[in-house]
Design a protein around this ligand. Structure first.
Ligand code: CO8
Length: 258
């Protein structure tokens, strides 16, 4: 059997590809386990600075595996919802930025997976949405939560209530994507963005992610206090010394991520 999730890359950038194209990369237990393992092992690799997540073939991910879910009992449905939520939270909390390269269908669990990433760049052919209501179910992997936080309540409710799929252009207007590019440019653009991010102070980038994630889930006061703490902690890093020294010496910084 071919690998359900592949990891390639170098120079601090890992490309994780969900590889079940015959089922449009639908997520079942095995794919979730492979995805979890990929992010666990990338999290232990000190050379990793940015991860790009994409899908093989014409889909990013066309959702949770409907054939696997069809006969679920309520208890099985809850366990599957919690299982996927744990994997998506692992990605959301991954210490470095994760860019979703949305190469095609990002539906249901696929849209929810993209929403757990830090940034989403789409091919102009991509289609996204939360079609769960067409199946008589609600989203279960964060669709009602992250979609509303990222797009706002109105846009989220429109997508959730109708189940309609949106074009990449519409997704861009709604704030689902930060950029839309031609299909052939998707990976090159994601790699270019990843290289830019990877060239910055790695600890600082990681702290920015943590500060935004925690701050947007708490009060402004709590977020600001956390920001001040992280800012202070950067002064304990070699990256801060190198970054400021390089500025003063008018040369590019050589960050070590320490
Ligand atoms: N699950 C299982 N198999 C799928 C899925 C899926 N989500 N999507 C596509 N496939 C399979 C098809 O069954 C087909 O397999 P086969 O060749 O064996 O019949 C193969 O992939 C190719 O698909 P199509 O022939 O349908 O390809 P088309 O290009 O004609 O259509 C679509 C593409 C429009 C994407 C269509 O496949 C589709 O509508 N797919 C389902 C999309 C969907 O409804 N997704 C949401 C699923 S529900 C969900 O994600 C809930 C998440 C939360 C779970 C919480 C846990 C309880």
């Amino acid at each position: 059997m071919s690998q359900l999730v592949t990891v390639e890359g170098g120079d601090g950038i890992a490309v994780v590809t969900i590889n079940r194209p015959e089922a449009l990369n639908a997520l079942n237990d095995d794919v979730l386990a492979a995805l979890e393992e990929a992010f666990f092992s990338l999290g232990r690799d000190p050379s990793v600075r940015v991860v790009i997540l994409t899908g093989a073939g014409k889909a990013f991910v066309a959702g949770a595996d409907i054939k696997a879910m069809a006969a679920f009992s309520p208890l099985e449905a809850r366990a599957f919802a919690q299982r996927g939520q744990r994997v998506f939270s692992l990605i959301e909390d991954f210490p470095h930025p994760v860019i979703a390269a949305v190469n095609g269908f990002a539906l249901g669990g696929g849209c929810e997976l993209a929403l757990a990433c830090d940034l989403r760049i789409a091919a102009d052919t991509a289609k996204a949405g939360q079609p769960e209501v067409n199946l008589g179910v609600t989203p279960g992997w964060g669709g009602t939560q992250r979609l509303a936080r990222i797009l706002g309540r109105s846009a989220a409710k429109l997508l959730l209530f109708t189940g309609d799929l949106v074009t990449a252009e519409r997704g861009l207007a709604l704030g689902l994507y930060s950029e839309v590019v031609a299909p052939g440019q998707l990976l090159p653009r994601c790699l270019e963005l990843a290289r830019t991010i990877a060239s910055r102070g790695p600890v600082a980038v990681s702290y920015c992610k943590a500060a935004v994630n925690l701050g947007t889930e708490s009060t402004l006061g709590h977020g600001l206090s956390h920001e001040a703490e992280l800012f202070a902690q950067t002064f304990a890093t070699e990256d801060q010394k190198e970054g400021m020294r390089a500025f003063i010496e008018k040369r590019p910084a050589r960050f070590q991520g320490k």
